[in-house]
Design a protein around this ligand. Structure first.
Ligand code: 5GP
Ligand code: 5GP
Ligand code: 5GP
Length: 208
C-alpha cells in the first residue's frame, strides 16, 4: 500500500570490494564494458528500519526504466559496476537494485534522483583513499578490523560496518562497507542499528 512504500528510517549505503567479490567460491565475471577499476564499487542504497528489518520490492508498478538514467550511464558503469556472472553491462544489476530497494524510497527519490544521489554518496565516501592513507592497502595482506574501521571513521566522520566474506582458502576478507545515510540520501549519520555478521579480528584485503 502507499503508506508502506514511503516509510523507512534511514539508508544503508553499501560499497563492495571487487577483489573479494571475485575471490570467493562463486567467482565473478567482468562487465561487458571491461574490467572495473581496482576501487570500491557501489552495491546499493537500501532503505531500512531502525529495528533492523527492511522493506523490499515496494512498487511493482515502478519498473526500472533505463531511458531515465541515460545521462548517468558512464558514471554508473565506472562507479556501480556489475561483477555477477554471466557478464552484463550493468542494466541487470541496477534493475535489481531499483526494484528491490529503490522503489521503497520512491516518495523521497524518484528513479533518476535515486541513482544520482547514490553516485554523489560514492564521491563523498572515498574508501580506498581513506584506507590507503592509513596504510591499509589491497595487497593481499591482513589488517585488523579496528584499523580498517578507524581509517574509514577518520575520513567519513562516522563509524562503518564491515561485512566479510570467505576467500577460496577459507580466510576472512574485506567484502562490503556499510555507511548510514539520512532519509534525504544526502548526509551520513550514526547508524541507528548495525547489520549482523562476523569478521575475524584480522581481515585480508585482497588485490583486484
Ligand atoms: P545477504 O543475505 O547476502 O547478506 O544479502 C542479500 C541481499 O539482501 C542484499 O544484497 C540486500 O539486497 C539485502 N539485504 C541484506 N541485508 C540487508 C539489510 O540489513 N538491509 C537491507 N535494506 N537490505 C539487506
Ligand atoms: P542484493 O539482493 O544482494 O542487493 O542483490 C544482489 C543481486 O544483484 C544478485 O542477484 C546478484 O547476482 C546481482 N548482482 C549483479 N552484479 C552484482 C555485483 O557486482 N555484486 C553483487 N553483490 N550482486 C550483483
Ligand atoms: P566492539 O563493538 O566491542 O568493537 O565489538 C563487538 C563485537 O562486534 C566484536 O566481536 C567485533 O569483532 C564485532 N564487530 C565490531 N565492529 C564490526 C564490524 O564492523 N563488522 C563486523 N562484522 N563485526 C564487528
Amino acid at each position: 500500500c502507499a503508506s508502506q512504500s514511503q516509510d523507512f528510517d534511514f539508508f544503508y549505503f553499501v560499497q563492495q570490494w571487487p577483489g573479494s567479490y571475485c575471490d570467493s567460491k562463486k567467482s565473478c565475471c567482468y562487465p561487458t564494458t571491461g574490467k572495473p577499476a581496482a576501487d570500491f564499487g557501489i552495491h546499493g542504497l537500501w532503505p531500512n528500519y531502525k529495528d533492523g528489518t527492511y522493506p523490499s520490492n515496494c512498487d511493482p508498478n515502478n519498473a526500472f526504466d533505463p531511458s531515465q538514467i541515460s545521462d548517468l550511464k558512464s558514471n554508473l558503469q565506472q562507479n556501480w559496476p556489475t561483477l555477477a556472472c554471466p557478464s552484463g553491462d550493468g542494466i541487470q544489476f541496477w534493475t535489481h537494485e531499483w526494484e528491490k530497494h529503490g522503489t521503497c524510497s520512491e516518495s523521497v527519490l524518484k528513479q533518476h534522483d535515486y541513482f544520482e544521489t547514490t553516485l554523489n554518496l560514492r564521491q563523498k565516501a572515498n574508501l580506498l583513499q581513506a584506507l590507503t592513507s592509513a596504510g591499509v592497502q589491497p595487497d593481499g595482506n591482513s589488517y585488523s578490523l579496528s584499523s580498517i574501521k578507524g581509517a574509514i571513521q577518520n575520513a567519513v566522520g562516522f563509524a562503518p560496518f564491515i561485512e566479510c566474506n570467505v576467500d577460496s582458502s577459507g580466510n576472512s576478507q574485506l567484502y562490503q562497507v556499510y555507511l548510514c545515510v539520512d532519509t534525504s540520501g544526502s548526509n551520513f549519520i550514526d547508524c541507528p542499528v548495525f547489520p549482523h555478521g562476523k569478521c575475524g579480528s584480522e581481515i585480508e584485503f585482497p588485490t583486484f
